[in-house]
Design a protein around this ligand. Structure first.
Ligand code: HT7
Ligand code: ZN
Length: 853
């Protein structure tokens, strides 16, 4: 495969100010005519290069006349326009959406037609440069059978519509805002709409529509509320107003990712639109709110200001994730949201940064851009924006974003443009900070206290580990929030302080203390780093109880648990009583802030425990984590039972307090189950049966799924019978079984893959079973390699159908260096078996071959 390098960027030789697309729609044959008005941008004459993927041109015309001066080079179309400065180039082609199993370009899902063009899907619809720095105004005419496609949607505003011959109809849409091809969208199908209105800050009325299949309308209200909240928030916090008369969202069930921000016509995975209390958990509700916001915010961070090239992806994704995280924090509990975001970062991004697929948030090269929609580009990218916001403070950060939007509106910009706007708007020198865009790897801060009389100091030593292709690293500039407290009750303290790290070794004064203070460091997770600090006895427990920063209290308790678990895995019994005491102490705050308490008392994941070890021992981690869970469950049995004895809030109550109480009940049930008390299966089954909503029902089912009771089989059967016709809920049925801590989970997953309701055609179903399984550390890493074989079999079977989704399953196999020699050999053998398949996609080839390095 060809490697594309960031340094090779050249501006486009032709611009395309206007595009007219004409579609004659059919599920098996859609005729597309693309008329591109091209204008030479380069000084020297160059032929027009139009990318294609799976297209055959049936005719080419230039300025209305048949044109023969063209050729195909691979799948691309080269049109020689001589020394013309401008022309209208028309190309006809026919595509078969029903055969499009990749779900990129124009495809059929449940009888409807829809598109997905980011990153390079437009070239599967029409010949086009298909690069984000070519921006055009689009005029889209579509015609089709009225019975099959009563609704015809595209970007922008509808200009005209009418009836055609033989039961057909047509619509003409126009988008006044120039956009790159990846933001083009079209939907045709039998859909119903939830309509609403929003009046913008300048008083313009915007018609909002959420389009779904008949029967799903009642499940769109939360998404609509989230959309209106997002529109208001972006006006208030960033001064960004919506800029079209309509904003449409369409939900489709077959979708490679979460959603897509096409201008004025977002297309969503149903998973991030449909929610009602009976079928969606509180976490699902939060997911809907966050993704609706994310895609809406792209209207400015991504659409009005887009990316010059795909190396700049984090320009729109990192910034937009930061924006959606801030929005969700404002809609609910900010500390709990921060805990959740950091948990995701540590679970998905830190391992990526420490493995063979590590890359900077602005990568230097790629073979297949779809492989770079990663936790690094998205989530670490958001952390990098967050650090700039922290360094600048809210007012100067807003000045920076105002300048960025004003300066680059209508342009295809770079990460460098963003940083420069922050520097100028925020009046700060970010020269060194730019390393975050260049260097991969999670920085490590080694901390040590120093004392001169009663003056205390913190010595910070920063290292950035080597990553593929980057052996030597320079220190990063980062904000480090910290505080220090006397543990003797004297009240002496260093209040919340922001230090800026720039050097490899740096000393930070902490102030005067008569004895070693408790150190609260990286408060709020001000920098995405790993902190290495030898604590004094009792310090973590003290901080877990007394730190005035909730995130730091959470971190202290997690670290206490982690230290205990890591010691236990290497055969050392320590700290169990301190953990139980700290959990008990934290539970005293349950009535005031149940959501925070639920997060804080949760044990670190098996994967995160593994991340602390030189060689991951999945079996010992499972054993010791279960043992600690059982000990906490038994020691605090009264507390867990008291939490469960209180009535659950009604499922329709979606206030943060109600969600928090349900979350805590789920945690309490899990602890009680771990303690092995005989009545727990019955109790869980009663919660499952009496639940008035999915949060409680799923939590009880997941708890039962770990065990071996009659209630387990019974609950799984009831759940399946009740929801077998609801794909999103049936996904949960697959998922809870793939998460199970039972010893027979590998065999169970293999069996579920043969279930009549399992299909490779639907990415949600694939992720529900195999994505959940690959995250089940002890099962996936079963010593005989059966888990690895199962995942590799999936990749091999899925690749010919959907290479993007197949490639996203590979990273768990690439973590082989973290395991013992026997597992290493088994994992590598599966990667090699994948690579030996004939006709492998570029997506899977890149991920599997890099994973072996
Ligand atoms: N910007 C969107 C990315 C996306 C995507 C990328 C590759 C293949 C399919 C895709 N679907 C959506 C989603 C987002 O970040 O908002
Ligand atoms: Zn995005």
């Amino acid at each position: 495969p060809v490697t594309i390098h960031r340094g090779d960027y050249r501006p486009p030789e032709w611009q395309i100010p206007d595009i007219a697309l004409d579609f004659e729609l059919g599920i098996e044959a859609t005729r597309v005519t693309a008329a591109l008005s091209v204008v030479r941008a380069a000084a020297a004459p160059a032929p027009l290069l139009l990318r294609g993927d799976g297209l055959t041109p049936s005719a080419v015309r230039v300025d209305g006349a048949v044109w023969n001066d063209w050729r195909l080079e691979g799948s691309d179309l080269i049109v020689d326009l001589g020394d013309r400065q401008a022309a209208t180039v028309e190309v006809d082609a026919v595509i078969d959406p029903s055969a499009n199993t990749q779900l990129m370009g124009l495809y059929a899902s449940n009888g409807m037609l829809c598109t997905q063009c980011e990153a390079e899907g437009f070239r599967r619809i029409a010949f086009h440069p298909d690069r984000p720095d070519v921006l055009s105004r689009y005029r889209v005419r579509m015609a089709g059978d009225k019975a099959a496609f009563p609704i015809l949607l595209s970007n922008g505003n509808i200009i005209e519509s009418g009836e055609g011959e033989g039961g057909t109809h047509w619509a003409l849409w126009e988008d006044p805002w120039p956009k790159p091809s990846y933001l083009f969208a079209l939907v045709a199908g039998d859909l119903v709409v939830n309509r609403d209105r929003f009046t913008t800050m300048s008083g313009r009325a915007v018609e909002l529509g959420i389009w779904v299949r008949a029967g799903d309308l009642d499940r769109t209200h939360h998404a609509m509320t989230a959309l209106k909240h997002s529109m208001k928030w972006d006006e208030e916090v960033y001064g960004r107003e919506y800029d079209l008369d309509r904003f449409n969202i369409v939900a489709v069930s077959d979708f490679n990712m979460g959603a897509m921000e096409n201008k004025g016509l977002n297309i969503f995975n149903t998973r991030y639109i449909l929610a009602d209390p009976d079928t969606a958990t509180d976490a699902d509700y939060d997911g809907v709110e966050g993704v609706v916001a994310h895609e809406y915010f792209h209207n400015w961070s991504g659409n009005r200001v887009t990316c010059r090239d795909w190396f700049q992806l984090s320009l729109k994704e990192g910034f937009t994730v930061y924006r959606d995280q801030s929005f969700s924090a404002a809609m609910g509990s900010a500390p709990v949201k921060r805990i959740e975001d950091v948990r995701v970062l540590r679970a998905a991004q830190f391992p990526e940064d420490a493995g063979p697929l590590a890359h900077p948030i602005r990568p230097d090269s790629y073979q297949e851009i779809s492989n770079f929609y990663t936790a690094t580009v998205y989530n670490k990218g958001a952390e990098v924006i967050r650090m700039m916001a922290t360094l600048l403070g809210p007012e100067r950060f807003r000045k920076g974003t105002d300048l960025y939007f004003a300066r680059h509106d209508g342009e295809a910009a770079t990460c460098e443009d963003f940083v420069r706007a922050m520097e100028e708007g925020g009046d700060i020198d970010l020269s060194q900070f730019r390393r975050w865009y260049e260097q991969a790897g999670t920085p490590k801060l080694h901390l040590a206290l120093a004392q001169e009389g009663e003056d205390w100091f913190l010595d910070v030593t920063q290292t950035v580990p080597p990553t593929p292709g980057q052996d030597d690293k320079a220190p990063m500039m980062m904000p480090l929030r910290l505080a220090a407290f006397a543990m003797d009750g004297s009240g002496a303290a260093l209040p919340d302080t922001l230090a800026t790290l720039t050097d490899v070794v740096q000393r930070i004064p902490l102030g005067r203390f008569t004895a070693r203070p408790a150190l609260s460091v990286n408060r709020g997770f001000s920098a995405p780093v790993i902190v290495d600090y030898e604590r004094a006895p009792g310090e973590l427990a003290w901080l877990a109880a007394h730190d005035d920063d909730p995130f730091a209290r959470y971190e202290a308790l997690q670290q206490l648990m982690l230290d205990t678990l890591v010691a236990a895995v290497s055969g050392e019994a320590k700290g169990r009583e301190a953990v139980i005491g700290a959990v008990a102490q934290t539970l005293t705050g349950a009535a005031d802030d149940p959501a925070f308490v639920a997060e804080a008392v949760l044990l670190p994941s098996e994967a995160f425990i593994g991340d602390q070890m030189v060689t991951v021992d999945p079996d010992a981690i499972r054993r010791e984590r279960l043992a600690l869970q059982a000990a906490i469950g038994a020691a605090l049995e009264r507390e867990w039972r008291a939490i469960l004895a209180q009535a659950a809030p009604p499922a329709t109550d979606l206030t943060p307090a109600a969600k928090g109480r349900r979350r805590l009940r789920g945690v309490a049930l899990a602890y009680l189950a771990a303690s092995g008390k005989g009545d727990v299966p019955g109790l869980a089954f009663a919660i499952f049966s009496n639940a008035d909503g999915m949060t409680e029902r799923q939590a009880a089912l997941a708890t039962l799924a770990h065990g071996d009771s009659d209630e387990r089989a019974h609950a799984l059967d009831i759940f399946y019978q009740r929801y077998r016709d609801n794909p999103l809920v049936l996904d949960k049925w697959f998922q809870v079984q793939a998460w199970s801590q039972r010893a027979d989970t590998v065999a169970a997953v293999a069996e579920l893959a043969r279930h009549a309701d399992f299909t490779l055609a639907n990415p949600n179903r694939v992720r529900a079973l195999y994505g959940a399984f690959a995250g089940n550390q002890a099962a996936f890493h079963q010593a005989d390699g059966a888990g690895y074989r199962l995942l590799a079999d999936l990749v091999i079977a899925l690749d010919p159908r959907n290479p993007q989704t197949a490639a996203r399953m590979i990273p768990p196999l690439g973590r082989w260096k973290r395991f013992d020699e026997a597992r290493q050999a088994l994992m590598k053998a599966e990667l090699e078996r994948i690579l030996a398949q004939p006709g492998l996609s570029r997506d899977v080839t890149e991920q599997a071959s890099k994973s072996l390095m």
